[in-house]
Write a protein that binds this ligand. Sequence first.
Ligand code: NAD
Length: 412
Amino acid sequence: MNPWLAAAARFDEAAARLKIDDGLCKVLRAPSKEITVNIPVLLDDGRIEVFTGYRVQHSIARGPAKGGIRFAPDVTLDEVRALASWMTWKCAVVNIPFGGAKGGVICDPMLLSDGELERITRRYTAELMDFLGPERDVPAPDVNTNERVMAWIMDTYSMHARHTVTAVVTGKPRELGGSRGRAEATGRGCMTVVLKALERFGLEASSTRVAIQGFGNVGGMAARLMSRQGFQIVGASEADGAVYNPAGLDIPALIAHRRETGSILGFAGGEDLPREEILFLDCDVLLPAATENVITSSNAGRLKCRILCEGANGPTTPLADEILAEKKIFVIPDILANAGGVTVSYFEWVQDRQGFFWNERLVNNRLEEIMEDSFDAVVGYAETHKVNNRTAAYMLALDRVLSAIKLRGIYA
Ligand code: NAD
């Protein structure tokens, strides 16, 4: 259940199959830099509180480090390490010129005012001034951070740099150099790889039933785009429960219901279920898009889907992988399935550096092309090396990162 150990298990398997030299394995097993900051922040009531934050840069072999920042009470260094290494592999799977990083601050945003959140963000950014930058490390939103937080990071960094540096973060508001299509990108990427998987099964979107765990940025957007594409979204869940309709949920109506009531529960067009039941619905595609470690060795046997598309990072434990393989479930692993977000972040970084912005059609077309090519590369690798899709994605990524390291050489 420790995400860093889960990440290490997948790395070790891919490294063993690729017969990688022990020394090079050591280079990639440990993150290249781990920064811990203890940041004093003035609270609204006049007290000073000290918050602990992390930034882990796993690898910069292929380019600047890239990865989100999360604000949550349960952030741990191991979690940030795991997420940073997943970013290295994810960027390599979709072949964009970034390494991997992740950041986090231990705090509970629900208990903090806007002013307190802004002061935490700005001080965290100032402490990391020497480590961030368009050529060094480019953060993005993650759990409990959003475009407003990215705007504060951009502004703080720019104030210290003495000029405006939009390319220091991605996921910014459009007015400050954000990209068109970024908000939909992860959900759109999930849909693109699911459509590719359907081709292999000879299935059409209109006859494909989808269950989605988590109705936030990734899951909610995937639901909206997939229902528009003709998929039947038979179930959706949130932290407080699930809603189910075997004939397909009316997604725009469900979104309107949640906007009005604050919950997806009590929706007239479906029946309420306990939240765990979403995983065990009779469906063709299951899309976990909430948190880590939801598919484990104790529940994987009950899954009924044919395709598992991992919208969330690390939703499946290594032991559950074996059960999914026995059940012949076609897994689209997280480092491929949810890479649409970082791909459009890459487009944002490119546009900021060019000072020239693309229209939404161009963003979406380029995203789809990268996701389709990456799907073919991973599945092709799996077939050539007779391994499952997850191992193939790690092997492909490792191969690419290692070639960069070998070409650069080990300095001094
Ligand atoms: P989010 O906060 O917008 O949405 C998460 C949703 O999950 C919330 O609606 C929450 O209510 C729900 N949830 C929490 N626990 C749940 C549970 N046990 N059962 C059902 N629902 C539950 O976050 P997000 O940005 O959509 O990210 C979701 C996952 O996708 C995370 O693992 C994140 O790291 C990953 N991810 C996000 C992006 C992105 O672009 N946002 C990109 C790649 C990966």
